[in-house]
Ligand binder design. Structure first.
Ligand code: UN1
Length: 504
């Protein structure tokens, strides 16, 4: 463990602020691993005054970074990707140590970082603007995309490095600087990533404050990001109440925001689908990352004719789930992030029972060091069970039966969140309906694969209480730039638009 921390530049005590230099004289926080309760390291938070200085550096760095040609900015992102390739194993292990996901998922998370760097390098030569015909003679209309400013990136514990990279790789090629406030539960991975970016920026001779860091509580450092007009865009990943708060503060000052909030992923299992695919996709979607992805599968809407068989088969899979130290290869489910998360899951199960749901299995604490292990739970429930409307960030899976396809779609859409959804069917009419305007209302709608594991090439985000933001691939980059529309007159005279005449 020590050698991994050292190889990533993590010491016994680590300052939690970076704006070209490292510092942080605020409250000290001891970081423990949910794997076994062992101490990993100490981090000192930044004070509000230190935050102000970091933001000033990030803002100043923008003035020169925005002038670097985009393909040259892409070279920096390429080098960050190369460094991530070199450090992949160590960084993945630190992710596992700090938040408890299995090592194979930690490796997948770092791969996602590498992939978005590759995507962004290509993008650095493709920040296309449009030209359009002008209604006026000898005029041209065009759009250009310009760098926006400082991007405040506020991330959650569950993808402690990938979400930063989705935002940072794109923001950097767009000519923005990044100021990152990670979850207080995962400060070490944030320090490790910032050190990687720092090294690359220094090697190129650029201002390292282009990738800044401010570790502290959401209620102080987060709100300083939300309220400061020097932060042009706030990209927030977190809970629905958190996003409601961020959205209000940022909107109040007419800043921009990308909100990526709660999910309540459902899989519809049609009687015309492949049950083996359904079981594998749902099992991984529900227990992967111990049910702590925003794309986790939380609901199964299964055709009544398959309901009993499906439940029996899934329960058998759950019963033999290898739970334990997530660094071991045979383990499929590690701990939850902390003891509070275990208590939340237990409280949810009690509420499900009180509301009339039947607990099929799970919810038992495991007597392992650290106290963060609990068996994954399946609850067989009626369509209108109130708890189904809520996202419990833990491995609790609701199974509901449906009779008609329309009813399945109505159940799928009948929750406040709108991130991820899937259907398992071999009936083309059903899958096309599911993907049509009459189908899933989510930002992600998959066919014959699960709700999680979105690829970086697509835009990532969702509707309704998920917040509406999009990050990562496709044309999500447009949110990180400002659009400028120009009319250019080469006629030698002045013709007004909309046919207005001017006699002088
Ligand atoms: C998240 O849970 O916040 O689609 C992100 C997935 C991952 C990202 C999840 N690629 O499951």
């Amino acid at each position: 463990m020590q050698s991994i921390l050292e190889s990533l530049g993590i010491g016994a005590v680590n300052p939690g602020g970076f704006g070209g230099t490292w510092g942080g004289s605020g409250k000290a926080q001891v970081v423990v691993s949910p794997i076994n309760g062992e101490t990993l390291a100490t981090v000192t938070n930044v004070t509000p005054a230190e935050f102000d200085a970091i933001l000033a550096k990030s803002h100043a760095a923008f003035a020169s970074w925005k002038l670097v040609p985009a393909p040259k900015r892409g070279e920096v992102v390429k080098a960050i990707g190369d460094e991530l390739r070199r450090q992949k194993a160590a960084l993945a292990e630190l992710v596992t140590l700090e938040m408890g996901k299995t090592l194979r998922e930690g490796l997948g998370e770092v791969q996602e970082m590498i992939d978005i760097c590759d995507f962004a390098v290509g993008l650095s030569r493709q920040l296309y603007g449009l030209t359009m015909p002008s209604e006026r003679r000898q005029h041209r209309l065009q759009e250009q995309w310009h760098p926006l400013g400082v991007v405040g990136v506020i991330t959650a514990f569950n993808f402690p490095v990938a979400v930063w990279s989705w935002n940072t790789a794109i923001a950097l090629v767009c000519g923005d600087t990044v100021l990152w406030k990670p979850s207080s539960k995962t400060p070490l991975t944030a320090i490790a990533c910032t050190k990687i970016a720092e090294k690359v920026l220094r090697d190129f001779g650029y201002d390292p404050a282009i990738c800044s860091l401010a570790i502290g509580r959401g209620s102080d450092i987060g709100d300083l990001i939300n309220t400061d007009p020097r932060v042009a865009l706030v990209s927030y990943t977190g809970s629905v109440p958190g996003g409601r708060h961020v959205g209000k503060l940022v909107q109040e000052r007419f800043g921009r925001h990308i909100l990526e909030l709660g999910g309540n992923g459902a899989v519809i299992v049609s009687e015309k689908g492949d049950l083996e695919i359904a079981l594998r996709a749902i099992y991984f979607g529900a227990i992967g990352t111990s049910g702590q992805r925003c794309t986790s599968t939380r609901r199964v809407i299964v055709h009544r004719s398959l309901h009993a068989t499906f439940l029996e088969r899934l329960e058998a899979l759950y019963a033999r789930t290898p739970i334990g130290d997530p660094r071991q290869n045979e383990i499929l489910m590690g701990p939850l992030v902390d003891q509070g998360a275990v208590a939340t899951m237990e409280a949810a199960i009690a509420t499900i029972k009180a509301q009339g749901g039947r607990i099929v299995c799970g919810g038992q604490r495991l007597d392992l060091p650290g106290g963060c292990y609990i068996s994954p739970c399946i609850a067989d429930v009626a369509g209108d069970l109130p708890m189904v409307q809520e996202e419990t960030f833990a491995p609790v899976l609701y199974v509901q039966a449906y009779d008609s396809f329309e009813e399945a779609i109505a159940l799928q859409n009948g929750v406040p969140q709108g991130l991820s959804s899937a259907i398992i069917t071999n009936d083309q009419r059903e899958s096309e309906l599911f993907l049509s305007a009459a189908g899933s209302d989510c930002g992600i709608a998959n066919v014959n694969t699960g709700t999680s594991g979105a690829e970086i090439g697509g835009a990532f985000g969702g509707e309704k209480e998920t917040g509406g933001g999009r990050e990562s691939g496709s044309d999500a980059w447009k949110a990180y730039m400002r659009r400028q529309t120009s009319a250019i007159n080469f006629s030698g005279g002045l013709e007004l638009a909309q046919g207005i005449t001017l006699e002088l």
